[in-house]
Unconditional design. Structure first.
Ligand code: NIG
Ligand code: FE
Length: 420
């Protein structure tokens, strides 16, 4: 940890995204970014100590200015470190062969049902060593960090048996200890029905419930439990069984919901009290209304819709109906091989009708809520972890206007400068 305090000074805009710690931001509150012009941030002991105008903070800390590492942010903006609440970070290999097949007209599900897709990544991940998985994921985390991302969620789900699910989860814990980016673990043994269970998927559901979930808890390997609830993968009934069983072990439910076909995944998220429902491309009006009623975060993954050449989720309807929306990369080798959360924000604006303000709230405080970490991260407020990014743009709209670019200038993680 830097012994010296960090004093970021005189940014054109400090975007605090404050006021959303107790509950995720919804409706018009997603557009209140709480911006401080000529803003400054004082960080010390890994925490944010003060946020205000440069004048206010220079006065408050006048006797300690020499002691601090001062960063001149004039002409730039400062915002909370970005939070990516949905990735499949730990995996082996790539699937550019399938990319070519999809360009020629094969669909994602056709490829998966013929033994490719998640199955292809599972077989590569099973035969990879923990060290290989670790070093590959470290590189991806470097790339996330260079894009201003300071926390990522990481799902298992390319093992599909205990030995290999455990291997992925242990690698995620090692990453958390080794890389500046915080890694939050989700167990996703229910990512696909392994080929040998094709004729008897319920037996695999039983195996997850009886064999894997208790061990996830016993070895304290994850906080969340996610299921790919999709036609031809896990049914809503199977999903419910797995999520309810996980709850008994303290695992918080998440759902890959209504991604390819409408399947009442959003409704199920409300019914099981999931912390988030993710994808939601085909979520029904009723499902959206139920999520809004329960304040369940809708984690939208427009990079996946883009890459699978599918219709985008109805972000406008969700936000206008009161669903607190977050954004994520879904980083994985099949449906979204990008670590650029800023590009995901661009897609959210240009393809889902979200405003630049909503896109920022969705990648900060609402994303932190989807990971049950809003008291720690997601906004620049006194007492929170000192995770911040300085971007080389004069105002936040430029992040969306100058699309497809990486404007990250400096990243501060837990009060340390990690990208400079
Ligand atoms: O969120 N849809 C299921 N899982 C991932 C894709 C995983 C893969 O194709 O390897 C997703 O899109
Ligand atoms: Fe996913």
């Amino acid at each position: 940890m830097n012994a010296r305090p960090i004093f970021i000074r005189n940014a054109n805009q400090v975007i605090t995204v404050s006021g959303g710690t107790d509950a995720p931001l919804s409706k018009e509150r997603m557009r209140e970014l709480h911006i401080i012009p000529h803003g400054s941030v004082w960080m010390e002991d890994g925490r944010i100590q003060a946020v205000g105008t440069d004048e206010e903070l220079a006065e408050a800390y006048s006797s300690r200015l020499q002691e601090a590492k001062q960063i001149d942010a004039s002409g730039k903006i400062v915002m909370p470190g970005l939070v990516d609440p949905h990735t499949h970070l730990v995996h082996a290999g790539t699937r550019e062969d399938e990319f070519n097949m999809r360009l020629k007209g094969s669909t994602y599900m056709e490829i998966m049902n013929s033994g490719g897709g998640i199955h292809a990544s599972t077989s590569k991940t099973r035969s990879a060593s923990p060290d290989h998985l670790f070093h590959k994921a470290m590189k991806h985390l470097d790339s996330f960090l260079l894009h201003g991302v300071t926390t990522v969620e990481a799902k298992s789900g390319y093992g599909l048996d205990w030995e290999n699910e455990r291997k992925q989860l242990q690698v995620a814990l090692r990453l958390q200890e080794s890389h500046p980016v915080d890694v939050v673990s989700t167990f996703m043994g229910a990512h696909a029905i392994p080929l040998q269970y094709k004729e008897n998927p319920d037996a695999f559901v039983d195996y997850i419930i009886q064999e894997m979930l208790p061990k996830v808890k016993e070895e304290n390997l994850a906080e969340f439990n996610d299921v790919f609830c999709e036609e031809g993968v896990f049914t809503p009934e199977q999903t419910k069984r797995i999520l309810e069983a996980g709850k008994k072990y303290g695992l918080i439910p998440k759902i890959h919901a209504d991604e390819i076909e409408p399947y009442k995944g959003a409704e199920l998220a409300a019914e099981t009290g999931a912390i988030s429902a993710d994808h939601l491309l085909k979520a029904s009006d009723e499902g959206i209304a139920k999520m809004a009623e329960k304040n369940i975060v809708g984690v939208l993954l427009p990079g996946t819709a883009f890459f699978l050449m599918a219709e985008f989720a109805r972000a406008r309807r969700m936000i206008d109906s009161g669903v607190p929306v977050a954004l994520a990369t879904d980083f994985n080798p099949g449906s979204s091989p990008t670590t650029s959360l800023p590009f995901i924000m661009n897609l959210a604006c240009l393809k889902m009708g979200m405003s630049p303000e909503e896109a920022i709230a969705a990648c900060t405080i609402n994303a932190a809520h989807a990971l049950n970490r809003a008291s720690e991260i997601g906004s620049l407020e006194k007492g929170k972890k000192a995770d911040a990014v300085i971007l080389d743009v004069p105002n936040y709209v430029m992040l969306q206007y100058h699309y497809g670019m990486n404007h990250t200038h400096t990243v501060i993680k837990a009060g340390r400068i990690v990208v400079d």
